[in-house]
Write a protein that binds this ligand. Structure first.
Ligand code: 2AL
Length: 164
């Protein structure tokens, strides 16, 4: 997708081109409704500003599309495929790391009641495990903010890649 085409596309096509960034249709619709954008930078800035409205309900909804770290996404959609490539560092055959992540995920879900979310791209499995163990010590409120920031990171990274 390039910016000119995104600016000129029918609403439905424009929404479809970005909907795999995050499972939040309101965000997708708001970004498309804000067209046209004069530069890619303006588009990314506006997209980022719109993520600031996300709250705990948005986090819950968006997490439905994110598999656990170290697990494959269910389904065959574009978002599932992206998750797989983002997590390629983790899906290696390192059995002790995989076991530690499984234990960490279970502890996290027990403590916070939702799946541990982290921008996996650009992080090694080891780094992800360290972050998981650090975040287990957060308060519920701190952790909700961290998880939302990770969701924003993942979403904007995916958006940037669409226009690359
Ligand atoms: C993911 C995912 O699917 N992509 C990513 O960067 N992180 N999942 C997760 N539970 O953190």
């Amino acid at each position: 997708m390039n910016l000119t085409r995104f600016n000129q596309a029918e609403v439905e096509e424009a929404q479809h081109s970005i909907e795999h960034c995050v499972a939040l249709p309101d965000w997708t619709a708001a970004l498309v409704a804000a067209r046209p954008f004069s530069t890619l930078d303006a588009l990314l800035k506006h997209a980022g500003a719109l993520t600031q409205a996300w709250d705990s309900a948005a986090l819950t909804r968006a997490l439905s599309a994110h598999p656990r770290i170290g697990e494959r996404a269910a389904g065959s959609g574009k978002e599932a495929a992206l998750s797989g490539s983002e997590q390629s560092q983790v899906n290696s055959a390192d059995a002790p790391l995989a076991a530690a992540l499984r234990a960490g995920n279970a502890a996290y879900e027990q403590r916070f009641g939702r799946v541990f979310l982290i921008r996996a791209k650009g992080r090694s499995g080891e780094q992800i495990l360290n972050e998981l163990q650090r975040r287990l010590h957060n308060s519920a409120q701190q952790e909700e903010q961290e998880a939302l920031d990770q969701l924003r990171d993942i979403t904007l990274l995916r958006l940037e890649e669409i226009f690359r």
